[in-house]
Design a protein around this ligand. Structure first.
Ligand SMILES: [Zn+2]
Length: 407
């Protein structure tokens, strides 16, 4: 099947009920070859599976959602959108009903705040690194963990590589995480394939090129263009050939999938190949809300719900993770209330309960008994808590360690 405008836009923005067909598996295999050859120092990959010995032996998988309101999730009318979180996972979880974002409700700052345990007020578009050390740096510097032990896999295009390490003195990129943006890798590879003239004929090539162009323009929400990795340019030519061909066939297949689906698949491969002790996965199909489609936003919530559950199932099925992993799921923030001057669910700019109030779910090793905690917590509380689970030395954080999670 030839790609149509519709099929390409579905690749990016999502059909949550998609299944994985052969071309996507090929793509994934090639994407892993890309990761293995490309943007990671070889030394970090050489250590795959052989981690530093420090630490508690516990592992952490953090799943961060884009902005979702309580109204569409953990509310009586929202539960229908989150069948896995609410029916499969909630009964075995430690659930904090009220996890508050008291900082900047924009993506880079929100995620930086979660990852550092301090409210960050840096550039909204990730042009500046967080100013205090991330959990990755604390883990690596404090315990001698290898880079292959710390990963960020993200769909969110408001992030940059600077999410993986801070600008703090005595820390920084030498202790940072591997940061991977699967969608950007795909787009870069498609663009390269086009440049290399790999399409079967000129008409085809022009058509794909036009679609790619419109996709890039359509994706320019919040005034932010895709920051396409230049990393593909530095590829080993054999690896580059493999990924380009796989992606060309992936795009040609026209099969529906979403950016978050791709992020999940790459995350799962990272777990299987490198088994990092600290993995952060950032889903953002829900951010299609910026285009004003409520139905697609809800579709993004449903796919995030399903992929979070699949992540938990992978943890149970993977012997490196089962029984010693704590998984947490938390949105970055809510979204603006209906009827607001900021266009309701489209945005997340208001200083309102709907925008600041979220929830947090913890599952696995650190959960003594399932319970629902009514006490409000703050997003900055998570970093010190997870650091403690991993065995990190006490850190300088504005947050408070959550005592319900067992160290
Ligand atoms: Zn957004």
């Amino acid at each position: 099947m030839k790609p149509t405008g519709d099929s390409i836009s579905r690749v990016i923005s999502g059909d949550p009920e998609a299944t994985i067909d052969r071309s996507k598996r090929e793509f994934l295999r090639a994407a892993m070859a890309l990761l293995a050859g490309l943007n990671l120092p070889r030394t970090s990959l050489a250590g795959g599976g052989q981690h530093g010995t420090g630490g508690s032996g516990q592992r952490v998988v953090m799943v961060v959602f884009g902005g979702v309101r309580r109204a569409e999730t953990f509310s009586p009318q929202g539960l229908v959108n989150i069948p896995h979180l609410s029916a499969d996972l909630l009964p075995q979880s430690l659930f904090y009903r009220d996890a508050r974002n008291e900082g900047v409700t924009a993506h880079f700052n929100a995620i930086s705040s979660i990852l550092t345990g301090n409210w960050q007020r840096v550039d909204d578009w990730g042009k500046l690194a967080p100013t205090t050390p991330t959990l990755f740096e604390q883990f690596r510097k404090g315990l001698g963990a290898a880079q292959s032990d710390t990963w960020v896999v993200a769909s969110n295009k408001a992030l940059t590589n600077l999410i993986g390490a801070s600008s703090a003195a005595d820390h920084g990129p030498m202790y940072g995480a591997n940061v991977v943006f699967p969608k950007q890798l795909m787009i870069a590879a498609v663009a390269n394939a086009l440049r290399a003239g790999r399409s079967r004929n000129m008409a085809d090539r022009e058509k794909i090129e036009a679609e790619l162009q419109s996709m890039l323009e359509a994706g320019n929400y919040e005034g932010l263009g895709w920051s396409v990795f230049d990393a593909a340019e530095r590829l080993d030519p054999r690896v580059r050939g493999t990924i380009e061909e796989a992606i060309t066939s992936f795009v040609r297949s026209g099969g529906p999938t979403s950016g978050d689906e791709l992020t999940f698949l790459v995350s799962r491969e990272v777990m299987r190949k490198f088994s990092p002790r600290l993995l952060v996965v950032i889903f953002s199909d829900v951010e299609v809300a910026h285009f004003g489609s409520y139905a697609m936003h809800v579709g993004g919530i449903r796919s995030g719900d399903r992929l979070s559950y699949q992540m938990w199932q992978e943890i149970q099925a993977n012997s490196e993770y089962k029984g010693k992993t704590t998984m947490v799921v938390m949105p970055e923030f809510g979204r603006d209330p209906d009827g607001s001057t900021t266009n309701g669910f489209f945005n997340h700019r208001g200083d309102t309960e709907s925008t600041r109030g979220t929830w947090m779910m913890a599952l696995g090793a650190a959960v003594d008994k399932p319970q629902i905690i009514e006490r409000p917590i703050r997003h900055v509380d998570l970093c010190a808590t997870l650091g403690d689970l991993l065995g990190c030395p006490p850190m300088d954080s504005q947050g408070t360690r959550l005592k319900e999670l067992r160290g």
